[in-house]
Write a protein that binds this ligand. Sequence first.
Ligand code: NAD
Ligand code: TDX
Length: 342
Amino acid sequence: MKELLVTGGAGFIGANFVRYVVAYQPDVHVTVLDKLTYAGNRANLAGLPAERVTLVVGDIADAVVVDRLVRDADAVVNYAAESHNDRSLLDPSPFMQTNIVGTYTLLQACRQYGVRFHQISTDEVYGDLPLRQDLPGHGEGAGEKFTPQSRYNPSSPYSASKASADMLVRAWVRSFGLKATISNCSNNYGPYQYVEKFIPRQITNILSHRRPKLYGAGVNVRDWIHVDDHSRAVWTILTRGKLGETYLIGANGEHSNREVLGHILKLMGQPADAFDYVHDRPGHDVRYAIDASYLQQSLGWQPRVTDFTAGLRQTIAWYRAHEAWWRGDKDRVEAGYRETGQ
Ligand code: NAD
Ligand code: TDX
């Protein structure tokens, strides 16, 4: 593989993946196709050598630009998406357009030119799970985590749009023989994550003398993975995955939101009660949990960042050191949250 097209490569996870490829795959040139929405940022690719990475500003739903770029690519990895649940509840429309029509546009081009395609998806397509304490196997029994066999059952406009895109990929594989794989990953954290998301929002709240905000009672559980482990898993699947297959990516990182906030407060030297409870998210998924054993056993991938507190400490240090990166967006994001009482 010489020429890789990474859509959404100026966003959080896409940019980390581009950095991973530049660092570890010296023979690969990356073209990033990114619309630079509010979540996309040229600065996420700053410092990368110009001969290794080319940024094209454009829309994955624009068939003309997609056709031109896919024609010259050996593979496409689709990270481009509207990605924030809260925004999808306020205005679903860009989620339908980018996540569904955009994916369709990429699939058609890959089909036409016989190009390998990998879809970046989410565990949220499976809906949610009961809390561990409400399950007979306390979260470790059969069916108590998501597996590639779990039924699609999305809850929000965002997750429904991602589920729709996955269904399109599966249909293109079966009907047109598209050379494609899908990965459904759990919640990512790490550098370059936009300040609207849970972990960077709380870190930057503390750094800008605001109180952290916990939705509802803070009991909802997310399964956290460091973005570098996600990138390595995607590269593994892209290069060694079985065509037509779905892989679940996760790092056994289940924590309630209250626990995560507790770690952040402690690591940042704040009192344990220095936060506010705010309005819950409508339809808020209760618990996500990934069983990644298929990926581990079939392709030998394992997470490396297994100490969540150490990963959080490193992430906090990054936000401290990169205030210029997030400061400009912070007031606007918080003004938006104030309107919904969050
Ligand atoms: P993000 O919002 O930080 O970045 C999305 C990027 O896509 C931005 O650079 C944006 O400009 C770009 N984009 C949006 N619409 C576009 C369009 N029409 N054409 C071209 N580019 C467009 O999101 P993220 O958190 O980095 O998520 C990346 C992908 O990973 C998404 O597909 C998301 O569903 C998936 N995912 C995210 C998580 C997570 O925890 N954040 C977990 C699992 C899966
Ligand atoms: O201020 C907050 N307070 C709070 O308690 C925010 C922003 C969130 N939360 C809660 C809601 C969730 O239970 O924290 C949890 C994580 O929230 P988000 O960061 O919005 O992530 P989530 O809704 O879990 O979705 C994320 O993981 C799956 C990504 O945004 C998706 O793109 C990905 O598919």
